[in-house]
Design a protein around this ligand. Structure first.
Ligand SMILES: Cc1cc2nc3c(=O)[nH]c(=O)nc-3n(C[C@H](O)[C@H](O)[C@H](O)COP(=O)(O)OP(=O)(O)OC[C@H]3O[C@@H](n4cnc5c(N)ncnc54)[C@H](O)[C@@H]3O)c2cc1C
Length: 445
């Protein structure tokens, strides 16, 4: 075991050596052409709605590449959420503060105006947004980066405040609920019983996280020698676990090897917290399962303010969720050319990760600058997304792919889909510092 770990650690160090040359999860040694060119002079008014991963990164890029622009970010929250870290909080590796300790003020670039408010309405025909507090912000260019809505209310009998106690948990709900999940997980492992894990039927951010939480619970139970006290079931709303077939097959195989019952086309529709029962819609009708521990991954949609605006898709596969109607390559709105989208809110086939934001934010920003310059928009997003798929405590597969759903190998010397300590360590130690560099606009794409 120790010998194996040493080999993996050596592999990891080799891999990190390659990190300097990679364009995927790491930074490149080469500067982006715009970073070395003189900034474009303009008086353009740019409003960015949402100051999460996408909004802050786009602001950092535009702030560098433009000279004289008035850039405004609208973001109500004081503290930045490093959401990928919540998985480590829920698994007892870090406390909640590790993911949230940074005030947003540290990331908002100097010279960018921060309106600490929420946007309550979009009026793209008039080039303005309205805030909750009653301010009207007029713009020449708009970037929508609001992230998405976790629709817990779509599950009958469930409200958000029920999460984090009595065996009802969700790593997605926020840093405190992630911390509560760790407490609940330990209690479940100690007492034993029925553990249910869910995957929704809608697009979701970090499609690996629902799987990670199943694997981590099982792994902790095994390490505590309590595995036989647990009856674990994974319930996917659809006919698969993951969009890329080799990763889907890997996850399904590992779950079965570890004694999970696998249910497909089981969509969580209701929770009865008193009776500790979860109701699933299945092709054969409703099915009720008892739980002692229920990990809920809710359906996800665009935030209501986007969904009910002129900016949302009105037909096609992204209309039901009210996702932002953008061209999947240029990230420009299909009906309002001075509007761009970055991050989870985009109605694109895939791309709801921070790793996608790393590419989307500079591409949208660069295309916006090209529009200001009246030049062709030649930057295209290829759907790149990535997620270290944690398969047990101390091991992960490194999964990267694009719109074509073909796996990408950033580290050519090793098969990234084989779970190893190196990818766990990359996720735990390297991704957060890289993410922070991304927010500061220091990672070219
Ligand atoms: C549990 C979990 C694990 C994850 N793991 C990974 C991972 O391993 N790898 C990975 O790459 N990604 C991962 N992600 C996904 C990643 O965090 C998101 O894809 C990323 O944060 C998306 O950035 P965004 O800017 O679109 O949205 P966010 O970062 O969510 O930011 C949206 C911002 O918009 C603001 N906002 C919302 N509505 C309004 C409004 N009306 N007006 C003004 N502001 C508004 C919000 O306050 C928020 O700050 C994970 C996410 C979760 C929850």
């Amino acid at each position: 075991m120790g010998h194996r770990m040493n080999i993996e650690r050596r592999d990891f160090l080799k891999s990190l050596g390659l990190l300097g040359a990679t364009t995927a999860v790491g930074t490149t040694a080469m500067a982006h052409p715009r970073d070395v060119r003189a900034a474009v002079k303009t008086r353009a008014r740019i409003v960015i709605v949402g100051g999460g991963a996408g909004g802050i990164t786009a602001a950092a890029k535009l702030n560098k590449w433009l000279d004289g622009a008035q850039i405004t970010i609208v973001e109500p929250r004081e503290t930045h959420w490093y959401q990928p870290g919540w998985v480590f909080v829920a698994a007892g590796v870090h406390d909640a503060a590790w993911t949230t300790a940074t005030p947003n003020a540290d990331y908002i670039p100097r010279g960018v105006r921060w309106v600490k408010d929420s946007v309550a309405g979009f009026e793209p025909e008039a080039n303005k947004v309205l805030t909750q507090g009653g301010e009207t912000l007029e713009y020449d260019y708009l970037i929508v980066a609001t992230g998405l809505k976790l629709d817990y209310a779509a599950i009958e009998g469930l409200t958000r405040d029920m999460l984090g106690r009595d065996g009802l948990v969700s790593v997605y709900a926020g840093p405190d609920q992630a911390a509560a999940m760790w407490t609940e997980m330990q209690s479940f492992i100690q007492k034993g019983g029925d553990g249910l894990f869910t995957l929704p039927h809608t697009p979701l951010k970090c499609a690996g996280a629902p799987l990670k939480m199943g694997f981590l619970t099982e792994s902790h139970a095994r390490n505590a020698k309590r595995r036989e006290a647990l009856n674990l079931t994974f319930n996917s709303s659809i006919d698969k676990l993951f969009s890329v077939k080799p990763i889907n097959d890997l996850a399904d195989r590992l779950f079965r090897e570890r004694g999970f019952t696998m249910n497909y086309q089981h969509r969580l529709k209701a929770v009865d917290a008193e009776r500790k029962e979860a109701v699933f819609a299945t092709p054969e009708g409703d099915k009720t399962l008892h739980y002692d521990f229920l990990h809920i991954v809710p359906p996800m949609t665009a935030p209501d303010v986007v969904k009910h605006s002129a900016l949302a898709w009105k037909e096609g596969p992204f209309a039901a969720g009210g996702w932002l109607e953008v061209d999947k390559h240029t990230l420009q709105h299909l009906r309002f050319p001075n509007v761009f989208g970055v991050g989870d809110v985009n109605g694109t086939p895939i791309g709801k990760t921070a790793a996608s934001v790393k590419f989307q934010a500079p591409i949208a920003a660069e295309n916006l600058v090209s529009l200001i310059e009246d030049k062709p928009m030649d930057r295209k997003y290829d759907g790149y997304t990535s997620c270290p798929l944690i398969t047990e405590v101390g091991k992960a597969a490194l999964v990267e792919f694009g719109y074509d759903l073909k796996l990408i190998q950033t580290f050519p010397l090793v098969d990234q889909t084989v779970p190893r300590w190196a990818w766990w360590a990359l996720d735990l130690y390297a991704i957060k510092p890289l993410y922070e560099q991304m927010l500061k606009g220091r990672i070219p794409a």
